[in-house]
Design a protein around this ligand. Structure first.
Ligand code: SF4
Length: 369
């Protein structure tokens, strides 16, 4: 999490009185499209309803070990407390599904392969989105003069999804991701907090209706009720956020998912309308869309650091990488090479890696006739 004080851009006290803000919004949308955003919406800072939902979710302990969720008090739901002077949020979305990536269902159906969430197959999105948001701010500044702003992309205490819903970029589905009826849900979100008095967009209406496909598809039952995900059960949390042992009872449910999980999005009917990424940063790197678990398990720490430079996966570190792959290997069909590789990891310096390798060996031996 960046230090906010280090990141604050100067908030202007005097938005230009002569500016035609309706016209400026039209220009902002056009500039956004030129910068590769699939949509731009504007909203105000009132997140009262989302704040109640968020506090309830925290109160139920569903954030698990993500202590950072509790930090910053109500700044997360009160943008003007996070960045003084903020009156509007410019919310953007950018498609990330890598064009030409190997079919997800094929990979999920092959227990020797590693499944990695689509968003993580290419470059880390934080820099890409932030630099484009900065370019958008620069264009606005060239048009109206100095103004106050700050760019965010999943890197600070911001309730991105409720802001996007309010800004008309899509509705929050029962799986808690934002969906647009013409674009599906395979997109990143970013925000420019600003002090410009821009006209706001109408919020998106919800269109899940009676569908519950994502709730039924979730391998661990993490969508405990419509619109509520218990992170402690969510495979994305277990494989990315959790830095300790994966609870044993959940390990068999992970299958071959070693970094994130897309199941709720894969079954969502609105994703029939989704577009592939236009930004080349999100293209598949290192063949991660179709790779054997064993190949990845053999990567040394040095390999991991080198091959995943610039990838969002790198942030979980080599130890959690091995932990996740050991679980996936234990869920697979085994074989002499897999057993040898797991036994090799029984000499690893990390007790967590050794424990997960042992679990996998035991599980494989229990499957033997
Ligand atoms: S799968 Fe169905 S219930 Fe889930 S988010 Fe998509 S439309 Fe909504």
């Amino acid at each position: 999490m960046p230090k906010l004080a280090d990141k604050l851009a100067g908030m202007s006290d005097n938005p230009q009185p002569s500016v035609d803000y309706a016209s400026l919004v039209r220009q902002i949308r056009q500039w956004g499209r030129e910068l590769g955003f699939s949509a731009v919406g504007i909203t105000d800072t009132d997140l009262a309803e989302a704040e109640t939902d968020f506090l309830n979710w925290l109160g139920r302990g569903m954030h698990g070990d993500m202590d950072y969720m509790q930090r910053h008090g109500r700044k997360r739901s009160r943008p003007a407390q996070l960045v003084s002077g903020t009156t509007r949020i410019i919310s953007v979305r950018m498609d990330y599904r890598p064009p030409g990536a190997h079919n997800s269902e094929d990979i999920l159906g092959n227990s020797a392969k590693a499944f990695i969430s689509r968003y993580a197959l290419g470059r880390d999105y934080h820099k890409t989105l932030r630099s484009r948001l900065q370019k958008l701010a620069t264009r606005i500044e060239q048009a109206v003069g100095k103004f106050g702003y700050r760019a965010f992309t999943d890197s600070a205490p911001v309730l991105e999804k409720p802001l996007a819903e309010k800004a008309g970029l899509g509705w929050i589905g029962k799986h808690s991701n934002v969906i647009h009826r013409n674009e599906g849900s395979w997109f990143f979100l970013g925000e420019l907090f600003t002090d410009l008095p821009l006209p706001i967009d109408p919020p998106s209406a919800r269109h899940c209706g009676s569908c519950d496909a994502c709730m039924r598809a979730c391998p661990t039952g993490a969508i405990v009720e419509p619109y509520t995900v218990d992170a402690r059960l969510c495979i994305s949390y277990l494989t990315i956020e959790l830095r300790t042992s994966i609870p044993e009872k959940l390990r068999p449910l992970l299958g071959n998912r070693i970094y994130g999980c897309d199941d709720c999005q894969l079954v969502c009917p609105w994703n029939r309308f989704a577009s592939d990424a236009a930004c080349e940063d999100f293209g598949v790197r290192n063949g991660l869309d179709d790779v054997d678990l064993l190949d990845l398990f053999r990567w040394s720490e040095n390999d991991f650091d080198l091959k995943l430079r610039g990838s969002p996966i790198r942030r979980i570190g080599h130890e959690c990488w091995l932990r996740n792959i050991a679980v996936a290997l234990g869920n697979g069909a085994g074989g002499a090479q897999v057993v040898d590789a797991l036994q090799e990891k029984m000499k690893h310096s990390s007790a967590m890696v050794r424990e997960h390798a042992q679990w996998a060996l035991t599980r494989l031996s229990e499957k033997l006739p």
